[in-house]
Design a protein around this ligand. Sequence first.
Ligand SMILES: Cc1ncc(COP(=O)(O)O)c(C=O)c1O
Length: 477
Amino acid sequence: MTKSPAPYPDESDGYWMHYHDEDSQKLADAIIAYAVDRIRLDPPPLDAPKPLSVLQREVGETITAEGLGAMKALEIFTQQLAPSCISVDHPLFLSFVPGAPTESSVLFDLVVAASNVYGGSWLEGAGAVYAENQALQWLVSLAGLPPTAGGVFVSGGTAGNLSALIAARWQWRQRARGAMDSRRPIIIASGGAHSSVGLAANAMDAELLHAPVDDAGRLTASAVRSTFMALNDVDRARVCAVVATSGTTNIGVIDDLSGIGDFAREHQVWFHVDGAYGAAALCAKSVRHLFVGIEQVDSLIVDPHKWLFGPYDCCALIYRDVRIGKAAHTQKAEYLDVLIQDSTVALDEAYNPADLAHHLTRRARGLPFWFSLATHGTEAYEEAMEITLQVTRDAADMVRNSSHLQLVVEPSLSIIVVRRLGWQPADYTRWSDRMLHDGLAFVVPTTHNGETVLRMCLVNPRTDPAQMQMLFDSMRD
Ligand SMILES: Cc1ncc(COP(=O)(O)O)c(C=O)c1O
């Protein structure tokens, strides 16, 4: 290493933050050891959040003028901060949408961090973008989309839905040749759509119309059609997108993708499918038929950090025609002119992921998912998916065979919604708190049609039927 000329400080003056020395080697060994131990834990401790006052007392102030030193900071994380975070990969973390990253994806995330690739442009990150695109193309092929399809990995379903709907609005305004430039777009979705669709509508100053769902909680083509037909001609022209969900977050149902897709084509309305949770199951033969119609989408999202066994944070955003994503999102600036940004240039000559969503700088966050997919192969993904689906079916049978529980809806994918006969809302909360306190499970209540119930979302192939039986048995008292 060449020494910096005075007056710049270097390691001999005690400046060490950017130099490798014995201490950083010790830190590297400790971090690798911790990471390996953490992913080996089966199950990991469930853990639980501590109140702020407890963290303040036990951890105190960590930012000091002189620094704590790496080993001390690492000790604080491993001994005090990490145990105050619930382990989403615990097999009985069934709240919200858990995560269950493969060992290979987590280990490779360390490599992604160490490489610190700029994943926004081909110029800077060609190798990473090439690999990410292969992982995206696997999803494109599962959905049955044409060769024009492509996309980008963004931080999560919320970011994916927003970027997709911005592209929808771009297309709608283009088609109207200026007639809609000062009009508010309308987006049609069901009340079962994820809250991020409403957030996207808000951010875009779009009007969100909720079409009613059927008895099973599905959005049907006829509900979309009657919502559309109830509008006057002026407002019909404002409808820029219809959003269907393939695996609603609360109850896991799949909307009528085929009928809604037909409607969208007929009326030249952008068809977006939010498959953040459920579209992962496209790779499972036993449920593939539930997704018929998905091949009609204009855009689709699916989150590898949910049910495709990748670490946070990662959402695959896919456009049927990736050039529309590029036209809608490309940022123009003098200092970016060097990146080929002309939207008429073929994308394979200028694939800049930054151009395909509401972002610029981006971590190559699709790489851990790519690495795991490249390592294990797509058949392993299909097998892991089928395992989760089968455990869900077995668990649903346990509920059917019990005297104290009822299924609130028939599970479509891997979400089970359960009623405990005789329980009031406070009983659900008490049971949920006790399970977390005892380190056994993290299952929080939800409401469905105004009723408090329990919702369990399974994405972890290490969740087994015996654990599910234990959970159901614990609800007897
Ligand atoms: C169907 C659906 N869409 C969107 C989201 C939002 O995803 P994220 O939390 O990654 O932003 C979720 C989250 O659970 C979801 O289930």
